[in-house]
Design a protein around this ligand. Structure first.
Ligand code: BG6
Length: 496
C-alpha cells in the first residue's frame, strides 16, 4: 500500500476517551506496520491545560512498553484550545506552523472532531475564519465523529453548516462499522465470486436478517445513551450501512463515489414505515433487572445517568422492504440491543427452498449464508447432505471459513483502516452527506411515532435474554438465528 503524504493530524477532544482508547492505539499500529507518512505529527487539542509531555504521558498508558512506543510518542504534541474562542484558533494555527517547521512537515492537515457534537457547528467555522479549512496547495480534511445529528433536521443542518466551510470531498463522516475488515470483505465476497451474485436477488433469497447484539449495557454512558437509544446509536448508522453493503448493486469501479452512489440508491429505495404502522413493524425493548451466572444485574432504568422513568429503547427489531428490482418482496429483518446473551454481529442470507421437495427436508431446511462481522469473523454456508445409511434423510451441515485461519495476517482495527484511508484521501469507507440524510429519512417516522404515541409499547426483557418475545413474532416466515460466540454454533440456549 502506498504511503500517505506528510501531514499533521489535529484531534479536537484529545483529552477524551476515544483518543486514548481508539485513536492513539490505531495510530501506533499504523506506525508499527510502516503505514504512517515519513513525516507525521499528531496535535492534540482540547480545553484541558496540558503540556506536550503531559499528553505524551497520558498516551503512553495506552501503548505497549518499549522503544517503539517511545519513538512514536515523540510525534505527539498538544495545544490547549477552547473551541468557542476564535482567538485560540490563531494560536492553533501558529502552533501548526511551528510544528511544521520543526518537524519539516508540509501544511497538510486533518482535523478530527471528537468533541461533544454541539461543537461541530463551531469548530469548522473557526477553522475557516482562521484560514485553516481550505488551501490551494495543501490538503485539508475534516473527520466528523458520530453522532451525525439526532434526527433528520439536525443532520441536515449539520451538513449545511459543514458545507459552508468545507467542500463535501473534504468531509469524512465516520461510521466505524465501515472500517471493519469483514464489512469490506462483503464487497469482495459478492463481487469477486461468480457463484453468489447470480443468486443475490428476490428470485432466490427468501429473507435477509441482520443481528448486532451486545452483551454489555450502557457502561457509564447512561447520560448519553438515554438521549439516544438503540435506534440512533446503532441502527440509523451502523446497521443501515450493513444493509447498504448487502443490498447494493455492483459499482462500476471500486471508487468512493461509485460505491457511495450505490449505497445511496439502496437507502432511497427503503420503503418508509408510516407512523401508524410502526407498532406492527418495529419492536422496541428495554432491559430489566435479572441475574446472570448467579450475580444480580441492574435494569436499564437503574443505571447511573438514566431517567428512572426512561422510555429509551435498548433493543430494537424491525421488518422492512427495499422497493427495487433486485429486492422486490424480500423482507429484511434487523435487530440490535444491549445486554443480550452474547456479543455478535452477523448477516444471514436465507435462500428459498427448492421448488419441489423430493426428500424429507425437515431437518435439512433452507440454505443459509452467514457473514460473521464479529467475533469469530468468517463465513458459513449451511446446506443439506444425505445422512449416511438407508433411505434419503437430509441433514444440515456447515461449510465455514474463519479469518483466524489466516493466522499471519494482521486484522486492522476499524480506526486503523479509516485513519489511513483519510490520510490517503480515500473516502470510500466514510458516509456521504446525502446517504446520512437518506438514512435519517427512513428512521424519522419511527422516532416520531414513538415520541407522539405513548400507546406503542416498550417491552421489558430481562438482561441476558434475546430481547422482547414480540420480536420473534415479527419474523413471519421463520425464526431469527440465535448466534453463539462461535460462528458455526447456534440455538437459543447455546453455550455463551
Ligand atoms: C458505538 C455505539 O457506535 O458502537 C456503542 O455508540 C456500541 O453504543 C458500539 O457499543 C458498538 O461497536 P462495536 O464495534 O463494538 O460493535
Amino acid at each position: 500500500m502506498k504511503k500517505a503524504k506528510n501531514q499533521i493530524l489535529v484531534i479536537f477532544g484529545a483529552s477524551g476517551d476515544l483518543t486514548k482508547r481508539k485513536l492513539i492505539p490505531a495510530l501506533f499500529e499504523l506506525y508499527e506496520q510502516g503505514f504512517l507518512p515519513d513525516k507525521f505529527a499528531v496535535l492534540g487539542a482540547s480545553r484541558t491545560l496540558l503540556s506536550d509531555e503531559d499528553f505524551r504521558k497520558k498516551a503512553s498508558e495506552f501503548l505497549p512498553e518499549g522503544e517503539r512506543s517511545r519513538l512514536f510518542n515523540k510525534m505527539l504534541f498538544y495545544q490547549s484550545v477552547s473551541p468557542t474562542i476564535v482567538k485560540d484558533f490563531d494560536k492553533l494555527k501558529t502552533r501548526l506552523e511551528d510544528i511544521g517547521v520543526q518537524q519539516n512537515i508540509e501544511a497538510n492537515y486533518i482535523f478530527y472532531l471528537s468533541t461533544p457534537p454541539s461543537l461541530y457547528q463551531i469548530i469548522p467555522k473557526y477553522l475557516s475564519q482562521t484560514g485553516l479549512s481550505k488551501s490551494d496547495q495543501f490538503s485539508r480534511r475534516l473527520i466528523v465523529e458520530k453522532p451525525f445529528g439526532t434526527d433528520l433536521n439536525t443532520a441536515k443542518k449539520l451538513n449545511i453548516n459543514l458545507l459552508n466551510y468545507f467542500d463535501e470531498n473534504q468531509v469524512y463522516r465516520i461510521d466505524h462499522y465501515l472500517g471493519k475488515e469483514t464489512v469490506q470483505n462483503m464487497l469482495v465476497t459478492r463481487f469477486s465470486n461468480g457463484i453468489f451474485e447470480p443468486l443475490w436477488n428476490h428470485n432466490y433469497i427468501e429473507r435477509v436478517e441482520i443481528t448486532s447484539a451486545e452483551s454489555l449495557g450502557v457502561e457509564g454512558r447512561g447520560g448519553y445513551y438515554d438521549q439516544s437509544g438503540a435506534m440512533r446509536d446503532m441502527l440509523q448508522n451502523h446497521l443501515l450501512q450493513l444493509v447498504g453493503f448487502v443490498a447494493m448493486e455492483p459499482p462500476v469501479i471500486i471508487d468512493a463515489n461509485a460505491i457511495r452512489n450505490e449505497i445511496l440508491k439502496v437507502f432511497q429505495s427503503l420503503r418508509p414505515i408510516p407512523e401508524n404502522k410502526v407498532a406492527k413493524y418495529v419492536i422496541r425493548g428495554q432491559y430489566t433487572e435479572s441475574s446472570l451466572k448467579g450475580k444480580p444485574v441492574l435494569g436499564y432504568r437503574d443505571e447511573p445517568g438514566v431517567d428512572k422513568l426512561s422510555r429509551t429503547e435498548t433493543f430494537v427489531a424491525l421488518k422492512f422492504f427495499i422497493d427495487n428490482w433486485r429486492w422486490a418482496g424480500v423482507p429484511f429483518y434487523i435487530r440490535t440491543g444491549k445486554k443480550l446473551p452474547t456479543r455478535v454481529t452477523e448477516i444471514v442470507i436465507h435462500f428459498k427452498s427448492v421448488p419441489h421437495h423430493l426428500f424429507d427436508t425437515k431437518s435439512g431446511g433452507n440454505n443459509q449464508l452467514i457473514i460473521r462481522i464479529q467475533p469469530d469473523e468468517g463465513i458459513l454456508v449451511k446446506f443439506g447432505m444425505k445422512t449416511p445409511g438407508a433411505g434419503f434423510k437430509v441433514q444440515t451441515v456447515n461449510m465455514d471459513f474463519h479469518y483466524s485461519d489466516l493466522a499471519d495476517e494482521h486484522l486492522p482495527s476499524s480506526y486503523e483502516r479509516l485513519l489511513l484511508d483519510c490520510m490517503q484521501g480515500d473516502a470510500t469507507l466514510y458516509s456521504r452527506g446525502d446517504a446520512v440524510e437518506e438514512a435519517w429519512k427512513f428512521v424519522q417516522p419511527i422516532l416520531n411515532a414513538w415520541q407522539t404515541n405513548p400507546e406503542i409499547p416498550i417491552y421489558g426483557y430481562p438482561a441476558g435474554t434475546w430481547g422482547p418475545e414480540d420480536s420473534d413474532k415479527l419474523v413471519s416466515n421463520g425464526k431469527w438465528r440465535y448466534p453463539c460466540k462461535n460462528l458455526t454454533d447456534d440455538g437459543l440456549y447455546c453455550k455463551l
